[in-house]
Design a protein around this ligand. Sequence first.
Ligand code: ADP
Ligand code: 5GP
Length: 187
Amino acid sequence: MRSPRKPSVWIISGPSGVGKGTVCARLRTLRPGIYIPVSLTTREPRPGEVDGVSYHFVSEQRFQEKVESGELLEHAIVHGTHSYGTPRGEVADAIASGRDVLLEIDLQGARQVKRNLPEAQLVFIAPPSWEELVRRLTGRGTENASQVEHRLATARVELEAREEADFVIVNDRIEDTAQALIVLMGL
Ligand code: ADP
Ligand code: 5GP
């Protein structure tokens, strides 16, 4: 989908479990023209995840090769376990074809993108309350108890980083959040 205005890059960040994935999926349904790159990760696929669609699932060695050849716009070890990174080429191609780009990445990656592409806008998705964040993260059921503890510890630090963001949206109701992003992004 070609846009008459200059395409923009938006970074969606925020603590694990706040609803970033859900919001981005909703936004993609409402505005299919937006481009969300497929990240690389060294973690194992979860049931139902498809290689090349959910992520590019790669070995540690392959990931390092991509880092060394400069093929990643940003990369980080997330939640202290696995590496994740955004393919630079996918972002460049999308911008060249006039599409807005949405990056759903962690805060370490968000900071790198802001350094590399200062025009990128960082949107911090915040929970309505700490209790609701805990409820969403535990309710999702994709992490065991110790992984939840680790993610909540990271979340405490990440919540303080909302000050760095260009915009903050509280993800109370998913439809409201998606609409707020559509307005903000001028979609
Ligand atoms: P993240 O990608 O930020 O880690 P997810 O999108 O996986 O978070 O959402 C975590 C859980 O919270 C999921 O079970 C999801 O269905 C739920 N969720 C997301 N947004 C909302 C919302 N606005 N209200 C209630 N539950 C939500
Ligand atoms: P999950 O393993 O649950 O799919 O993702 C874990 C976290 O990794 C999410 O909070 C997500 O924001 C982050 N993430 C996903 N892709 C990337 C990426 O390409 N770069 C960075 N820095 N973080 C990512």
